[in-house]
Design a protein around this ligand. Structure first.
Ligand SMILES: Cc1cc2nc3c(=O)[nH]c(=O)nc-3n(C[C@H](O)[C@H](O)[C@H](O)COP(=O)(O)OP(=O)(O)OC[C@H]3O[C@@H](n4cnc5c(N)ncnc54)[C@H](O)[C@@H]3O)c2cc1C
Length: 486
C-alpha cells in the first residue's frame, strides 16, 4: 500500500460531502480540534476530517470512498474511551456514529432490543424501563458512551460481576466491513452456528469494521435490591473483605472500592453523597434478586466485612440514597478533575486473591515516583483503576507517570493478571502487549485482522503492533523510556 496522503484529497472531500451533506463533513481546524483525542489526552492528533453519517448506507459509502483514495478511517462513538482507540492516528478520518442513534425495535417477549451504534448506553435502559427491563452492562461513563463503543471495547461496569460484560449481552451485529460491504453476524436467539464471529468483533476495538446495528439482550429489573456501604480504615482491608465475600459463595451484583483520596474529591464535587471523609476506603456492595433471599446474603456480607475490621456498614435507606451512592461512584473520575489537570486511568486486572497485595504494591510504586494516586475500582472483578493525577506540562512528572504505569502493569502481569480489563489496548497499551502475548500468540490475531482488513485501513495502529514482532511492541526495545504513544 502506498504512503498515505497528508491532506484530504479534494476529490474525496467532494464525494464525502455528497454522501453525508456538507454540514456533516467537518474539516475546519476549529471543528477538528474537538476530535484530537478521546479520554486519553496525552498525545492529541488531528483527523483529516470528521464524518457524521446517519445511516448504514452512508457509513458504507464513506468507507468505499476512503478505500478508493487510500485514506484510513477510524470509527468513533462518544469519544469517552480511555486508551486512544477513537483517535485518528496515521492521517485518518473519523467516522462518528452519534447520528446513527435510534432504538429500532424492542421485543419484550424475547427480552431483546435492536439498536443503532450511536444509542447512549443509559438511554437504552431508560427506553425499556417501563417494560420492567434494563440493559445490564453499565460502564461508569454510561450517561455518554455509546453501544457501538461498548461493543468495540467489550465494556464492563460495576454490575459486570454478576451480569457479565458486553459480550454476554450481544446477540447479533450488522457491520460495514473495511471494503465497504455490509454483513450480518449472529442471530436473535443467540445460538452460535459455525465460527463465533460476533465474539470476534466484540472487543476488537473498531479494527474489524464499523458496527451499524446491534441486537442486545435485555434483563428483567430485579424485584429486590440492597445497597450497602462498608467503611474501612484502609483500602487493603477492603480488598481482603472482597475476597471473603467471593469465598462465601454469595455473588453480589456489584462490589466497588473507593479510596480516601477519591472520597475527598467526590465529596468536594457535585457528586457528593455523604461518604465519610475520614475513611481509608469504602466498599459499595449491591445485592439483587428475589427479596426473600436478600437478608441472609446481607448477613454474609456483614460478617465478611467485619472480619476484616470494617468500621461500620450503612444500608441505603431508599432508592434516592442508593442512587446517591452510585452517583458518587460513577462520578468519581470526573471529580478527580479537582485533584490535578490530567488523569491517567490505569485498568489492569489481577486474579482476585492477589488484590490486597497488588494494591499495596501499586501504592508503593506511586509513592516511590512521588505521584498522587487515587483508586476507584471494580474490586469484585479484580479490575484495578489506579488513577494517577498529574500535570502533563511538567515533563519530569510525565516521565514518572509513565514509568510508574509500566511498573504497575508489570506487577499485575507478574501475578497472572492482564493489562486491561475494559478500557481496551488502543494506542495506550499496544506497547505493553508483549507483557501478555508472545509473537506466536499474536500471530492468529494478525491473521484474523488481515482476514477482515487486508489493507490495514480500519483503525490502523490500534490494538496490536503494526509489525509482527514483539520487539517492536516493547518500548525498551525501541529505545525509549518516557511517553509510549509515538
Ligand atoms: C468517566 C469514565 C468512566 C468510564 N468507566 C468505564 C467503565 O466503568 N467500564 C468500561 O468498560 N469503560 C469505562 N470507560 C471507558 C469508555 O467509556 C468505554 O470504553 C466506552 O465503551 C467507550 O464508548 P464510546 O462511545 O465513548 O466509544 P469511543 O471512545 O468513541 O470509541 C471506543 C472504541 O470503539 C470504537 N468504536 C466506536 N464506535 C464504533 C462502531 N460503531 N463500530 C466499531 N467500532 C467502534 C472506536 O474506534 C474505539 O476503538 C470510562 C470512561 C470514562 C471517561
Amino acid at each position: 500500500m502506498s504512503a498515505r496522503s497528508e491532506a484530504l484529497p479534494a476529490e474525496l472531500l467532494r464525494t464525502l460531502r455528497g454522501i453525508v451533506g456538507p454540514a456533516h463533513c467537518l474539516v475546519r481546524e476549529g471543528e477538528l480540534f474537538a476530535y484530537e483525542c478521546d479520554g486519553l489526552t496525552l498525545e492529541p492528533q488531528r483527523p483529516l476530517a470528521v464524518l457524521l453519517p446517519s445511516t448504514t448506507e452512508e457509513v458504507a459509502g464513506i468507507v468505499r470512498a476512503c478505500r478508493a483514495h487510500d485514506v484510513a478511517f477510524v470509527p468513533r462513538g462518544a469519544g469517552t474511551g480511555l486508551s486512544g482507540g477513537a483517535q485518528a492516528v496515521d492521517r485518518s478520518v473519523l467516522i462518528e456514529c452519534s447520528r446513527v442513534d435510534r432504538v429500532l425495535e424492542v421485543d419484550a417477549g424475547n427480552r431483546l432490543a435492536v439498536v443503532q451504534p450511536g444509542v447512549v448506553n443509559a438511554d437504552l435502559s431508560t427506553a425499556v424501563a417501563s417494560l420492567g427491563l434494563f440493559y445490564a452492562p453499565d460502564p461508569s461513563s454510561q450517561q455518554a458512551c455509546t453501544i457501538g463503543g461498548n461493543v468495540a471495547e467489550n465494556s464492563g461496569g460495576p454490575h459486570t460481576l454478576k451480569y457479565g460484560t458486553t459480550t454476554n449481552h450481544v446477540l447479533a451485529l450488522e457491520m460495514v466491513l473495511p471494503d465497504g460491504e455490509t454483513v450480518r453476524l449472529g442471530n436473535r436467539v443467540g445460538e452460535s452456528i459455525g465460527y463465533d464471529l460476533v465474539g470476534a468483533v466484540v472487543g476488537s476495538e473498531g479494527t474489524l469494521g464499523i458496527v451499524t446495528e446491534v441486537t442486545v439482550r435485555l434483563s428483567p429489573i430485579p424485584a429486590g435490591v440492597e445497597t450497602m456501604l462498608a467503611i474501612f480504615d484502609d483500602v487493603v482491608a477492603a480488598c481482603r473483605a472482597v475476597g471473603r465475600v467471593i469465598r462465601s459463595g454469595v455473588v453480589p451484583a456489584a462490589m466497588e472500592i473507593v479510596d480516601r483520596r477519591t472520597i475527598e474529591a467526590v465529596e468536594a464535587s457535585v457528586y457528593a453523597a455523604g461518604l465519610p471523609k475520614d475513611a481509608g476506603a469504602v466498599l459499595i456492595v449491591e445485592l439483587d434478586g428475589a427479596p426473600v433471599g436478600l437478608p441472609s446474603q446481607i448477613d454474609v456480607i456483614r460478617t465478611a466485612c467485619e472480619a476484616e475490621g470494617c468500621r461500620a456498614i450503612e444500608r441505603a435507606r431508599d432508592e434516592a440514597e442508593r442512587k446517591r451512592f452510585w452517583r458518587a461512584r460513577k462520578g468519581a473520575f470526573g471529580a478527580m478533575g479537582r485533584l490535578a489537570p490530567d488523569l491517567y486511568v490505569h485498568d489492569a486486572v489481577v486474579p482476585r486473591v492477589h488484590l490486597p497485595a497488588i494494591l499495596e504494591r501499586v501504592c508503593e510504586i506511586a509513592d516511590r515516583h512521588r505521584l498522587k494516586l487515587a483508586n476507584v475500582f471494580h474490586a469484585g472483578d479484580g479490575n484495578l483503576h489506579p488513577n494517577i493525577c498529574f500535570d502533563k506540562r511538567d515533563p519530569d512528572e510525565l516521565s514518572r507517570v509513565m514509568r510508574a504505569g509500566r511498573e504497575i502493569l508489570e506487577a499485575c502481569t507478574a501475578v497472572g493478571g492482564v493489562i486491561t480489563g475494559e478500557h481496551g489496548v488502543g494506542v495506550e497499551k499496544r506497547d505493553f502487549i508483549h507483557l501478555v502475548f508472545s509473537d506466536e500468540d499474536l500471530e492468529p490475531m494478525f491473521r484474523l485482522r488481515a482476514a477482515f482488513d487486508p489493507e490495514g485501513v480500519c483503525n490502523p495502529g490500534k490494538l496490536i503492533p503494526t509489525t509482527r514482532s514483539c520487539a517492536e511492541s516493547n518500548p525498551k526495545a525501541r529505545g525509549y523510556d518516557a511517553v509510549p504513544f509515538e
